[in-house]
Ligand binder design. Structure first.
Ligand code: IMP
Ligand code: MG
Length: 179
């Protein structure tokens, strides 16, 4: 898909405004808990994390973790695989997981379960997007950018089969056309 084909669901300015709001909220909530470790989930969260981190007004560090849950398709199997672990210890640190999107909740559930065993001082979750009514596991997303319908979305870090990650907006695609 090229930018010309994209059906814009959330435009650049709307994303920027919401990211700024989230940053303000997170900065206030963590004012007494800094430094905050922003733990980005690769690859999808890289652009969201880049923008969010630059709008925070509190001391923070950036870490990454990579998981794989959709193996070259759009169907969630529920199986999550750790592809790359965090480099630094998170013990006694305040950690905020930064995700691109929460769909079934399996990925975030896997991550929170695994990271909690490492005894962080606190562990919370932030996702730019959450698909409404799709949860298969009970997982709390503490900060949500936008709730969206059950459509496949690309851009602003999110992909379809590794395509369209760097679109500046979030677009919805009809993946039935793509298979
Ligand atoms: P969950 O484990 O079902 O909650 O899925 C979460 C992961 O699946 C996200 O971190 C994304 O990597 C991917 N994902 C789910 N829905 C979409 C989408 O609409 N576009 C791109 N990636 C998605
Ligand atoms: Mg992801």
């Amino acid at each position: 898909m090229s930018e010309l084909d994209a059906n814009i669901l959330i435009g650049e300015r709307e994303i920027a405004r919401r990211v700024d709001e989230l940053a303000t909220e997170i900065s206030a909530d963590y004012a007494d808990k800094a430094p905050l470790v922003l733990l980005g989930v690769l690859k999808g969260a890289f652009i969201f994390l880049a923008d969010l981190s630059r709008h925070l007004s509190i001391p923070r560090t950036v870490e990454f973790i990579a998981v794989s849950s959709y193996h070259s398709s759009s169907i969630s199997t529920g199986a999550v695989r750790l592809v790359m672990d965090v480099r630094e210890s998170i013990e006694n640190k305040h950690v905020l997981i930064i995700e691109d999107i929460v769909d079934s909740g399996h990925t975030l559930n896997y991550l929170t379960g695994m990271l909690r065993t490492r005894n962080p001082a606190s562990l919370r979750t932030c996702a730019l997007l959450q698909k409404s009514g799709r949860a298969q596991v009970d997982v709390t997303v503490d900060y949500v950018g936008f709730n969206i319908a059950n459509e496949w979305v690309v851009g602003y870090g999110l992909d379809y089969l590794e395509k369209d990650r760097t679109l500046p907006f979030i677009g919805a695609i009809d993946i039935r056309d793509k298979d």
